[in-house]
Design a protein around this ligand. Structure first.
Ligand code: PLP
Length: 463
């Protein structure tokens, strides 16, 4: 019999060794051609609560909670136990022919939290596959309904929806399409609803009017009979935590309803507590979408899982159609994974057992303390909601013009933050913060102090 693996006492690769092995054999996500398949990235060895420990043994606050996902924090014994127990009870079953208890129980609980008539869930392996599923479902629906031309997908500049072909085609951040192909014939993009970058002299309300008007004009120009879906992150996350103007999402929803265009809320980041709610669409923005995509925080990153909440009205319309034998030929080997769903159930317990309330209680303090960084001349704006925020640096505070890319100010701040004990997510001129939801006021204080010192160091370098 093989010896039991003793993870706690297992020999660790040295930090250098892990990075060197990765450099030799890994193609890392989002590489550039010049170092693809040969890039050294720092190793993270362990995690505990809001902290991770890097390969040199330094303890760092996990400012982005991994990738906006470690919502309940690292090293949760109760999640580790569920992973073990579910693997021992049932590690896998084919979702093609069978079902399992955790996925059904989780579906019931998600439906209870979801707005409107989003009573059903299709499970996927993450966010990209969730978005891809929602889009393919829209295509299937319109094919079955006898309107195969109603397929155009409307997304926004600045948005991010994934890395599979169709989901990636929706992305609208700088560099997303510079060297990558995309399904341009299937997608139309609207302006980014970023109040900070609205035209000079325009009020936020006027800016909102213009955005809604732009959508109305697009519907008129392309024809409502050609537009299948509008997809939006309620708050654009990796585009720079862009909180849209008040009323924007509801007004876009109204336009969608008027023209039978499906509204897909991409809540891969905003769900599972980031804004203090299980789903933010209705509770925070008064929005009832036709579908909600989710991933990340559903398992706090302990297991890859995502899904799409789907309106029962849409499902009923399929059941009532003239093509009852039309097949939604779409499914993933790991759809409804019992371990992922069991972890998600326990993760939901933790969120409901006080963590959502904690987020609601502490968000104001988090935003206020980060906002104080606007006193630094390099900082153009600090914005956010709940426990997600973005610090945007500018060339000068009068014009708010962006800094040139070559200055790599986000990376500079990140480097200084790491020296001082904080991981941040650098995005060109921005740093994004979305810590584990368990963060305390004292830890927020530490985070802001490190950011303040690091931005000052970056300013010294740039003069
Ligand atoms: N949608 C949003 C809003 C995201 O932020 C992301 C990932 O960051 C995705 C979709 C894609 O998720 P995944 O990386 O799990 O495929």
């Amino acid at each position: 019999m093989a010896a039991k693996l003793d993870i706690a006492n297992a020999p660790q690769n040295g930090a250098g060794e892990t990075s060197a092995l990765a450099e030799k054999h890994l193609v890392q996500p989002w590489p550039v051609a010049g170092s693809i398949g040969a890039e050294a990235r720092g190793a993270i060895e362990s995690g505990d609560g809001i902290y991770v420990v890097d390969g040199e043994g330094r303890r760092l606050i996990d400012g982005p909670a991994g990738m906006w996902c470690v919502n309940v924090g690292h090293r949760r014994a109760e999640l580790a136990e569920v992973l073990h127990d579910q693997a021992m009870a049932l590690s896998y079953n084919s979702p093609w022919y069978t079902t399992n208890q955790p996925s059904a129980a989780l579906a019931e609980r998600l439906a209870a939290h979801a707005p409107g008539d989003l009573s059903h869930v299709f499970y996927t392996t993450g966010g990209s596959s969730a978005v891809e599923t929602a889009l393919r479902f829209m295509q299937f629906l319109n094919n079955v309904r006898g309107r195969p031309e109603k397929k155009l997908i409307v997304s926004r500049q600045g948005g991010y929806h994934g890395s599979t072909y169709l989901s990636a085609s929706l992305n609208g951040r700088p560099r997303d399409h510079d060297w990558m192909d995309s399904a341009t014939d299937q997608v139309a993009k609207l302006a980014c609803p970023n109040p900070f970058r609205r035209p000079a002299g325009q009020s936020e309300a006027e800016f909102c009017d213009r955005l809604v008007e732009e959508f109305r004009a697009l519907i008129e120009e392309r024809g409502p009979e050609r537009i299948g879906a509008f997809i939006a992150e309620p708050i654009m996350a990796s585009g720079g935590v862009i909180v849209p103007p008040e009323g924007y999402l509801r007004r876009m929803r109204t336009l969608c309803s008027e023209h039978d265009i499906l509204f897909i809320a991409d809540e891969v980041v905003t769900a599972f507590g980031r804004l203090g709610e299980v789903f933010a669409s209705k509770a925070v923005f008064g929005l009832e979408p036709d579908m909600i995509t989710f991933a990340k925080g559903v398992t706090s990153g302990y297991f890859p899982l995502g899904g799409v909440m789907i309106s029962s009205r849409l499902l009923e319309s399929l059941r009532q159609s003239n093509h009852s034998d039309a097949m939604f030929a779409h499914g993933l080997t790991y759809s409804s994974h019992p371990i992922g769903c069991a972890v998600a159930l326990r993760n939901l317990d933790i969120l409901e057992d006080g963590l959502l309330d904690h987020v609601k209680a502490i968000s104001g303090y988090f935003q206020k303390r980060l906002k104080s960084l606007e006193s630094l001349p390099l900082v153009g704006e600090v914005r956010g909601m709940g426990l997600m925020a973005c610090i945007e640096c500018v060339a000068d505070r009068v014009s708010n013009n962006p800094l040139t890319l070559d200055l790599e100010v986000g990376k500079r701040i990140d480097r200084h933050c790491q020296e001082l004990g904080l991981l941040v997510r650098p995005l060109i001129n921005m740093c994004v913060m979305s810590p584990p939801l368990t963060i305390s006021t004292a830890q927020i204080g530490d985070m802001v102090a490190i950011l303040d010192a690091s931005i000052r160091r970056a300013m010294d370098e740039l003069v």
